[in-house]
Design a protein around this ligand. Structure first.
Ligand code: NAG
Ligand code: NAG
Ligand code: NAG
Length: 343
């Protein structure tokens, strides 16, 4: 296990710049007081938080590249995803992917030895005895540390106690769970000439794309919710508590959403026109595909406003030959081609 301690805990090295922790944590914009405290306590984890948000942003852009809403609302690396204003399905995805990104990057940094407070985890405690010659060993991803950190860091923003905070907290949790549920089991054989009489296994992180794909499926199946006060009785005290419940049509039904599901409070705008208050930038200028019938097709993408055609010459290297030794010679091919953008 490689483990690297930050020798001078007062300094965090961020690219080529070294700030004192105090200066560094005061410079990160948009932190809540609790987030600032967490930054001071483990500045090395803050680097991973930044990586996690970047990972989430680029995955979100990839997943929504053919949609009218294309994640532009979360491209501010300083905002930690707190920008999508309406409590829509897209807001649900934004929170879930950001929380998954932070969980993932912190967990990854732990196994690389980049955070002094964490490292490898022992394998999961087996529910049943493993088949003989098979055991958990080695460096398993400490996803529980990553989840705990992401929860403390991202959930601390949601202190309002209103239904929107409940929605954000729920989607944050679904994002963290998506990382845990997608962990891979890797194994290595031991024994005489690879005979595999002994096997050791450990849990590792999948590519982040796997988690993006899984949250995208949850985005399509996201559930509409509303909030109601329920009375809980404990120790002869009765307490009123705001809770999320599923909706059927416009009626609330007395059933909470599942923990792994994404939830939203409001219907999405159609994202055709610019409406910043609703989190919509509109689709003017977006590239569309003239022959596609899907959401990237010009009809749907441009909301019936029509599109502009741009002609340009595409050039690329072709007919490459390997010359002995050691050169590659190519010809340049070109083609007139067209690109379409929404009016
Ligand atoms: C994380 O660890 C890798 C390899 O150990 C190292 O190259 C990198 O600089 C570290 N990054 C930070 C931010 O500590
Ligand atoms: C997303 O859409 C906006 C507005 O339609 C556009 O300006 C921006 O370039 C798009 N971003 C990407 C990454 O495609
Ligand atoms: C446009 O859509 C068609 C049909 O879905 C697809 O075959 C083609 O590759 C797309 N073109 C571009 C440039 O993405």
């Amino acid at each position: 296990m490689i483990r690297q301690y930050i020798t001078d805990s007062e300094r965090v090295v961020c690219g080529v710049l070294a700030f004192s922790t105090e200066v560094f944590c005061n410079r990160v914009p948009g932190l809540t007081p609790q987030q600032r405290d967490m930054c001071r306590a483990s500045p090395d984890a803050m680097v991973a938080v930044g990586d996690g948000i970047r990972l989430a942003t680029s995955e979100c852009r990839y997943q929504f590249r053919h949609h009218r809403w294309n994640c532009t609302a979360i491209n501010n690396p300083n905002s930690f995803g707190h920008v999508v204003i309406v409590g829509s399905r897209e807001a649900a995805f934004t929170y879930a992917i950001s929380s998954a990104g932070v969980t993932y990057a912190v967990t990854e940094a732990c196994s690389r030895g980049n955070i002094s407070a964490c490292g490898c985890a022992p394998g999961p405690r087996p529910r049943e005895p493993t088949p003989s010659g098979w055991k958990w060993a080695g460096c398993s991803a400490d996803v529980n540390y990553g989840m705990r950190f992401a929860r403390k860091f991202l959930d601390s923003r949601e202190f309002d106690g209103d239904e929107r905070s409940l929605m954000n907290l729920h989607n944050n949790k679904a994002g963290r769970k998506a990382v845990k549920l997608n962990l891979l089991t890797e194994c290595k054989c031991h024994g005489v000439s690879g005979s595999c009489t002994m096997k050791t296994c450990w849990k590792s992180l999948p590519p982040f794309r796997t988690i993006g794909d899984s949250l995208m499926k949850k985005y399509y199946r996201a559930r509409p919710v509303t909030s109601t006060y329920t009375t809980t009785k404990s120790d002869k005290k009765s307490e009123k508590k705001l809770q999320l419940v599923l909706k059927k049509g416009k009626m609330p039904i007395k059933k909470p959403p599942k923990k792994s599901e994404l939830v939203f409070l409001q219907m999405s705008p159609n994202y055709c026109e610019k409406d910043l208050a609703a989190g919509s930038l509109g689709t003017v200028g977006r590239i569309c595909n003239r022959t596609s019938e899907g959401s990237d097709g010009c009809d749907l993408m441009c909301c019936g406003r029509g599109y502009n055609t741009h002609q340009y010459t595409r050039k690329w290297q072709c007919n490459c030959k390997f010359l002995w030794c050691c050169k590659v010679e190519c010809k340049e091919c070109s083609e007139r081609t067209e690109e379409y953008t929404c009016k």
